[in-house]
Design a binder for this molecule. Sequence first.
Ligand SMILES: Nc1ncnc2c1ncn2[C@@H]1O[C@H](COP(=O)(O)OP(=O)(O)OP(=O)(O)O)[C@@H](O)[C@H]1O
Length: 258
Amino acid sequence: MAQLTVKNVSRKVDGTDILSSVTIAFNHGVTGLIGANGAGKSSLLRAIALLDPISEGDVLIDGKSILENPQALYQQLGFVFQHSPSYGHLSVNEFLHYIAAMKGLTRDIADSQITHWLDKVNMSAFRDRMMSDCSGGMKQRVGIVQALLGNPKVLLLDEPTVALDHNERLAFYSLIKDISTSTTVVIVSHLSDDIEALADHLVFLERGKVTQIGDVQSLRQQASQALSDTNLSISDVITYFMSSVGSNLSEEVVECGA
Ligand SMILES: Nc1ncnc2c1ncn2[C@@H]1O[C@H](COP(=O)(O)OP(=O)(O)OP(=O)(O)O)[C@@H](O)[C@H]1O
């Protein structure tokens, strides 16, 4: 299992702090990034993937800085974006081969992985369909497949289920749970169902800073004690930590899933 470490990462745009000294060690399982609109969740995922420049800090996979070897990043990291890929002039198959080539996969390996993952997301029948003719949900499933090509060590998911119908969402949960036994997964989602189904750990962000961090079970216990209610849903737990002031973090306590 890969260790993803975000170390003192800050991002400033036009003098405004979008991320402030964010330090998190993601060790295993699925971590949900939680925060209000504009808290910096997508910015953090984009910083990890080097899609946006960071002002300070470093991101390490298994102790190696990705800033020092950005090329290796593309083979180690998969990203499911909030907005599904367009590439309307390519078929699903052509688009996925294009991504596989960028990740350095040989044609044969790409072919077998594309077959495998398209089957897992119920898209085998649409392999030759033009991307422009795919529905939003189909494009999102293709977006999931492109992220999984090359069997990344780290998988970043930004609102990955918004266009999925009920059954596809359940299939997605099962797929990600399987993958998370060998892959470090970070998910941003406003849907508490996604967090309930997938997250083992939660990280709360507020105005670009980490305010709370912990495994779901202990955060639920903490909220239950504070609210004297033993039947809290994940949505209640999220509401509690998003509205409670202060932080459970000492300067250095930032391990997630240790
Ligand atoms: N390139 C940019 N230039 C200026 N401001 C930016 C840029 N990218 C992000 N921001 C700002 O940084 C803050 C965090 O944005 P971000 O999209 O990361 O939040 P988020 O937590 O993902 O929000 P949401 O839940 O609405 O998707 C916001 O105030 C946003 O306006």
